[in-house]
Ligand binder design. Structure first.
Ligand code: G3P
Ligand code: CA
Length: 302
């Protein structure tokens, strides 16, 4: 685990902020990602989709009801999916207020009226500040988004995050050590971006167009039930660099064979400290978590 992560230049154990610091701030918004970055998460996790006019946006659900005020803004379009809206139409939605309503104890005025983020906006956030988190990017609902993998790769290339000579984060780790600045959270070079998907065909496509970027195959309970662990591992070895199993699948007898095949293992979505400790003990290389503030403490990365 640790050796493999080192070889791949992934900080270990890896703290992956799931939709940002999404316990403390509304998921997939600028404040959630800024908080995760400033807390020192190694990676900002983001679900990617594409608007009708081709803008890559950060949004988890297929539809907008759960985390926006679509009922007020577009009452007749409640069940329409992201690909049916233009970017400008999506900008009219408030994607923060639901959080204040649902979690009054974590209410913040600054969460009112937040706008949907683009992949470019997320890159801006990752590049700001001193912590230089990496990006852990998921392709969602791929049937709706033919060619999305190429769109994502194009953006990352144009921003210098991947490509022939990826721009480094600008932090010199060795000199930081000397001046006592934080040295954690620097994911750069080949591991600065990690792709992830539940869809093997999307992982294959990403590897085809960006072979040097790491890619992780996500595994849900239903996928495991359907295909069986051994078959999935066999496939993951062929197409990816690692696996992202749901936490309930992450038992030692499953993680062992994956590690034996040199696959990194990042289970999702792990929020209580005891689960983070247990999974570490079981051999996981890190966690996707809504609570990077806890993971950083548990894994003593602060
Ligand atoms: O990407 C890991 C985890 O986020 C997968 O589940 O539904 O939260 O995207 P989901
Ligand atoms: Ca995700």
């Amino acid at each position: 685990g640790a050796e493999l992560s080192d070889k791949l230049e992934i900080p270990h154990p890896t703290v992956i902020a799931h939709r940002g610091a999404s316990h403390l701030a509304p998921e997939s918004t600028a404040p959630a990602y800024k908080l995760a970055r400033d807390l020192g998460a190694d990676y900002l996790e983001a679900d990617l989709q594409r608007t009708k006019d081709g803008v890559i946006v950060v949004f988890h659900d297929e539809t907008l009801e759960r985390t926006t005020n679509i009922e007020e803004v577009y009452p007749n379009r409640l069940h329409q999916t992201i690909d049916q809206f233009t970017y400008e139409e999506l900008l009219k939605l408030d994607i923060g207020s639901w959080f204040n309503d649902k979690h009054p104890e974590r209410y913040r005025e600054s969460y009112l009226g937040l706008k949907i983020l683009t992949l470019d906006g997320l890159i801006d956030i990752a590049e700001a500040g001193n912590n230089n988190p990496g990006l852990y990017l998921e392709t969602k609902f791929i049937d709706k988004y033919p060619g999305m993998e190429q769109d994502i790769v194009d953006i990352l290339e144009s921003r210098g995050w991947i490509g022939k000579e990826p721009k480094l984060s600008g932090i010199d780790k060795s000199s930081n050590k000397e001046i006592g600045a934080p040295t954690v959270n620097v994911a750069e070079g080949s591991s600065r971006v990690i792709f992830q998907s539940f869809y093997p065909e999307s992982v294959v496509e990403l590897k085809k167009i960006a072979p040097d970027v790491l890619a992780v195959l996500l595994i849900s309970e239903s996928i495991e039930e359907e295909r069986g662990w051994n078959k999935i591992i066999e496939e993951a070895v062929n197409i990816s660099d690692g696996i992202g199993p749901v936490g309930t699948l992450a038992w030692p007898w499953r993680l062992g064979p994956a590690h034996k095949h040199q696959l990194i293992i990042h289970p999702y979505t792990i929020n209580p400290a005891w689960q983070m400790k247990l999974l570490r003990h079981f051999g996981a290389d890190g966690v996707f978590t809504d609570r990077p503030e806890i993971a950083i403490e548990v894994y003593e990365k602060g």
